[in-house]
Write a protein that binds this ligand. Structure first.
Ligand SMILES: Cc1cc2nc3c(=O)[nH]c(=O)nc-3n(C[C@H](O)[C@H](O)[C@H](O)COP(=O)(O)O)c2cc1C
Length: 344
């Protein structure tokens, strides 16, 4: 139904406008009595064998919604009804910001991909906290945090710390997003020396809390083996809880989209099918070269159950989807969970 009826209509419109329209639609639909139950009945796969215990949390199933979809934590209660085992909100920055000028989100239909340069458009920490106070406790919530675009490099850490402190009572795990290709001064966030400092400071803050929350690092799919070795060392030294691999890619190789069209689109991070193998390779490398010493959340180009199983086979403990959710619809979550079960 989604691919035959809903997607062709949605794809006639501007991607960002349709994103907001869908949010409003799901919100309205969810107010109808029993709709939540109906969605859960259709999409939820309940089975103890899908449960995953990782960094002290019990995930009802290993399929999550990746960051960037529910940036302001306004729809996670409703999105949980589509069968996700976890929903990652954000990226949240301390202060609300508009992001990059529109148009900044583009579909690459023939490639089943997306290019975006949203630039951390979000309503800021305070707004996210207000929304998270409405948590109905249906699903595990990840808090993906970043820095404001206008923040000076010497103050990056303060931004992460402010978001960490503010969201701490409301989320189950944290993600330090250091790999968004659409924010300025990206170079500093690629510097392992700085990352070590950032992680240490966030960990110090975590230790001061009565309950400690797991902290993960989200990395780019474009890192070379040397950089991945550095990440493995960083995880081992800082004892951070895990890695999310991966964010969107800057690499445009092998796309069906014409050169002219790509030129017209301009800068941005690529997601969806074109980055599938790149992110799987990163997962495989991290897993093999660390002797699987830390949990990995695999994300990037999962559009089918087979794609998700490939990530798991490469070493992912959990998976997340974003672009596949747009192209394949909510039934993708169920398909992945069913495929995982059929392997048991
Ligand atoms: C429109 C869009 C916005 C995104 N925003 C964020 C974000 O704010 N923070 C983040 O960590 N990742 C963000 N991502 C990256 C996704 O979470 C995911 O890592 C990436 O898209 C690869 O997965 P996919 O191929 O399933 O989309 C965004 C992706 C898209 C397509």
């Amino acid at each position: 139904m989604y691919k035959i009826l809903i997607r062709p209509i949605f794809f006639l419109f501007d991607p960002e406008k349709i994103h907001h329209f869908t949010f409003s639609l799901v919100k309205v639909l969810s107010k109808i009595p029993l709709i939540s139950l109906l969605f859960r009945g259709i999409y939820m796969v309940k089975d103890k064998r899908l449960e995953r215990k990782l960094f002290g949390l019990t995930f009802q199933n290993p399929v999550g919604l990746a960051a960037g979809f529910d940036k302001n934590a306004v729809l996670y209660n409703e999105l949980a009804d589509f069968g996700f085992g976890f929903v990652e909100i954000g990226t949240v920055t301390p202060v609300g910001q508009e992001g990059n000028p529109k148009k900044r989100l583009f579909r690459l239909k023939d490639d089943r991909g997306i290019i975006n340069r949203m630039g951390f458009n979000n309503e800021g920490l305070k707004a996210a906290v207000e929304q998270l106070k409405k948590n109905k406790g249906k699903v595990i919530i990840g808090g993906n945090i970043g820095k404001n675009t206008s923040t000076k490099p010497e103050n990056y850490t303060e931004d992460y710390l402010a978001c960490f402190k503010g969201l701490h009572p409301y989320v189950d795990y944290f993600v330090l997003n250091v790999s968004c290709p659409n924010v300025s001064s990206h170079a500093k966030l690629e510097d392992v020396g700085y990352l070590k400092e950032l992680i240490s400071e966030v960990k110090v803050l975590n230790e001061k809390e009565t309950v400690q929350k797991p902290i993960l690092l989200k990395i780019a799919p474009d890192l070379n083996n040397g950089q991945l070795d550095e990440i493995i060392e960083l995880i081992s030294e800082t004892k951070i809880d895990g890695v999310i691999a991966s964010n969107t890619s800057m690499n445009r190789d092998g796309l069906k989209e014409s050169e002219d069209s790509l030129k017209a689109i301009g800068n941005g991070g690529l997601s969806g099918q074109p980055i599938k193998d790149r992110s799987t390779k990163v997962i495989q490398y991290l897993s093999d070269n660390s002797k699987k010493s830390f949990p990995i959340i695999g994300v990037g180009g999962i559009h089918s159950a087979e794609d998700a199983l490939a990530k798991i086979d490469a070493g992912a403990d959990l998976v997340q989807i974003y672009t596949g959710f747009i192209y394949e619809g909510p039934s993708l979550v169920k398909k992945i969970n069913k495929a995982i079960l059929s392997r048991n």
